[in-house]
Design a protein around this ligand. Structure first.
Ligand SMILES: [Zn+2]
Length: 235
């Protein structure tokens, strides 16, 4: 109890000397502003997919490629905007808090739509153990924990593994990369015990990562329903 009081005193004192700053414009944050100021926040292009009943553009991106139950992205990614700043903070600056915070927003929005009601587990896109060791964390896992705080589903981090280190792939041609990437991921046999899982990633560009992870999971359980969730979507 006393420890908690001291901690909160310390936190208030700390805030006086080092006021929290907006990640994007570095202006001082006022009460109720989280991570970015309201001005910068108003610059975010949200997808508002949660308000759509029919298929959204992310669903359509995978048509003819893989069977997707439902897909969701919170915002559009644009270079040199607040979306880039937030993604960068999550991916490279060890900003665990913003990942959980954004994950919770995604989770709240998913709750508004009945397209995600039957999800029984979240699977963050795995990163290669080598990368996790150097970076110290997996950003998709952090987002997943934020989502799970809202939709109350387990986050499964050991169900899929990344077997190839992506860096070694970048030197190959696009076509070759495409053909080989189905061997990048592997799913555990225990994926059989789930009916509807959602794969979580930070940003979607071509969709290749999500496509190949989906295929790896379907190899172990062809009847499973798979939904795709990302923080941002590149236009
Ligand atoms: Zn700002």
């Amino acid at each position: 109890m006393i420890g908690k009081k001291i901690y909160s005193l310390f936190r208030d004192f700390n805030h006086l000397i080092f006021p929290e700053k907006c990640l994007h414009c570095e202006g001082e944050l006022i009460e109720n502003e989280n991570h970015v100021c309201d001005f910068c926040r108003s610059d975010i292009s949200y997808t508002f997919f949660e308000n759509l009943n029919g298929p959204n553009e992310m669903d359509k991106l995978f048509w003819g490629r893989i069977p997707v139950e439902s897909s969701y992205a919170l915002m559009y990614f644009k270079e040199k905007t607040v979306s880039q700043t937030m993604l960068h903070a999550l991916k490279y600056q060890n900003n665990y808090k913003i990942g959980v915070y954004l994950g919770e927003i995604i989770g709240s929005n998913m709750e508004k739509s009945n397209r995600f009601a039957t999800i029984d587990a979240l699977i963050p896109v795995p990163i290669h153990p080598k990368k996790k060791f150097t970076r110290g964390y997996n950003q998709a896992e952090i987002l997943s924990h934020g989502i799970a705080n809202r939709i109350k589903t387990p986050v499964l981090t050991k169900l899929t593994i990344k077997t190839k280190h992506t860096e070694s792939q970048t030197r190959k041609s696009m076509a070759e990369r495409w053909m080989n990437s189905s061997q990048i991921f592997q799913a555990e046999k225990s994926v059989e015990s789930y009916k509807h899982i959602a794969i979580v990633d930070d940003v979607l560009t071509t969709g290749a990562t999500l496509e190949h992870l989906t295929k790896a999971i379907l190899e172990q359980n062809k009847d499973i329903k798979i939904s795709l969730i990302t923080l941002a979507l590149t236009k």
